[in-house]
Ligand binder design. Structure first.
Ligand code: AMP
Ligand code: GLY
Length: 423
């Protein structure tokens, strides 16, 4: 079977790498891909949101499966687009249709879904420009810090955490009235702040059955000690040392199963990944957010720990055979360190030559924002590389990744030197 991987990040590089080991996958295509996917796939410079061009590529290359990396094309309805077109309706799209993608595409939809299905999450209130006063009253009842979330997709920037009530009220107005995040903040979800440690939990589901992928812990802040601006993710560790068997069972029973049950009950078709952004509050897991895709950089730590044939997993998913898959994970820990362009997540430059990629290494070097030009690999994004290593425990894995990352250089490179510091 020929497969197309949509996206251009480290996650998609990890997908292509793992699919290249599959006995059941014939040819891999990536759109747009990066210099790393090019090692395993044929790249095509097509945007993930250009459904027409994706359709032409799928027909032209006899692609039978499309694995969607990022959320945006799912929220925009790529799966529905395929289903509504006779010439491509039999192509298997991995990723939910528009309705299911709302779990990520609308924070208020996700909250209402959780409340209907008794899934533990933070208290919330939904506000629009007509009920700002009620929103302010809700804020007054909470204690700081205050959490404000743009309802729609805002490129990972739509969540504000504010320490001061007056500031929170001002920001709420900016979001609703001044459209701080454009249409995405026409509605805002105000949330109770949850105190605890976060973790990322992944399943693959056909809407009825599901399989667990390994869990991971992701490091979102740019600065050491979890300080500074939020990024897409600066590192990840899998498994998560503080997840006991009991805690995992609790997640399955109180969060994953009720989510699948809710999808079935509410007749929301869903074929793809669900990434539960969780927080452990004392011994209670709660959902911070749903994503309808794999995480990045979590995928780069999670996929290398899966022993199964990834192609077989995806083919079983679309053939209704998911229940026959027995997942097997490496016992070893994996640690991924992300190296970024200087200035990221604010302004940064692209086009710096990356040197040292050809050196022998114990690690797997996944490319995030890179491009190949005249046989040179250049930086082409904020997050540039994700380096994954294994070890008996996460500390050993982390130190191997640091050793490898030191051998790779480009102007302005930066990485956090404390991944795993809190564990
Ligand atoms: P989200 O985009 O919903 O993942 O939010 C981004 C980040 O904000 C999360 O990873 C958390 O660190 C933080 N966050 C979001 N909601 C809450 C909450 N209710 N309590 C505490 N932290 C939160
Ligand atoms: N690493 C978090 C995310 O993929 O959203």
């Amino acid at each position: 079977m020929n497969i197309l991987v949509l996206g251009a990040g480290g996650r998609e590089n990890a997908f292509c790498w793992k699919l290249s080991k599959s006995k059941l996958i014939n040819k891999i295509y990536a759109a747009p891909g990066n210099a790393g996917t090019q090692n395993y796939a044929e790249n095509h410079n097509i945007s993930v949101n250009d459904f027409k061009k994706i359709k032409s590529l799928v027909i032209d290359k006899e692609i039978k499966m499309v694995l969607v990396g990022p959320e945006e094309p799912l929220v925009k309805g790529i799966h529905d687009y395929f289903l509504n077109d006779d010439s491509i309706k039999d192509v298997h799209v991995i990723g939910p249709q528009k309705k299911g993608a709302l779990l990520e595409g609308s924070k208020s939809f996700a909250k209402e879904f959780m409340i209907r299905n008794n899934i533990p999450t933070a208290k919330y209130f939904k506000v629009n420009e007509n009920n700002i006063n009620e929103g302010n009253l809700f804020l007054e009842k909470l204690s700081p810090p205050y959490v404000l979330k743009a309802d729609g997709l805002a490129a990972g920037k739509g969540v504000l955490i504010l320490n001061n009530l007056i500031e929170a009220k001002i920001e709420l107005r900016k979001m609703l009235i001044d459209q701080k995040f454009g249409d995405a903040s026409k509605n805002v979800v105000i949330e109770e702040f949850l105190e605890g440690i976060e973790l990322s939990c992944f399943i693959l589901t056909d809407g009825k059955n599901y399989i667990n992928f390994p869990m991971a812990k992701d490091y979102k802040k740019i600065g050491e000690g979890d300080t500074g601006l939020n990024t897409g993710g600066m590192g990840a560790i899998s498994p998560v040392p503080f997840v006991s068997k009991e805690f995992k069972n609790k997640i399955d029973k109180e969060i994953i199963k009720p989510t699948i049950f809710g999808l079935k009950k509410e007749k929301i078709p869903f074929r793809g990944f669900i990434f539960f952004g969780l927080i452990k509050v004392k011994d209670q897991p709660k959902v911070i957010e749903y994503n309808v895709r794999m995480g990045d950089p979590e995928t780069e730590a999670v996929l290398p720990r899966i022993k199964n044939d990834f192609g077989k997993i995806l083919i079983s998913l679309v053939n209704d055979n998911l229940k026959f898959i027995k997942m097997k994970f490496l016992k070893d820990s994996a640690a991924t360190i992300v190296s970024v362009s200087g200035g990221y997540p604010s302004k940064y430059e692209k086009g710096k030559e990356i040197k040292g990629l050809e050196r022998k290494t114990e690690s797997i070097i996944f490319h995030c924002g890179t491009i190949k030009k005249s046989n040179k690999v250049l930086t082409n994004g904020g997050r540039v590389l994700a380096v994954t290593s294994f070890g008996k425990d996460f500390k050993m894995a982390v130190s191997k990744s640091y050793k490898s990352i030191e051998n790779i250089n480009y102007k302005g490179s930066y990485y956090r030197k404390d991944i795993g510091f809190d564990l």
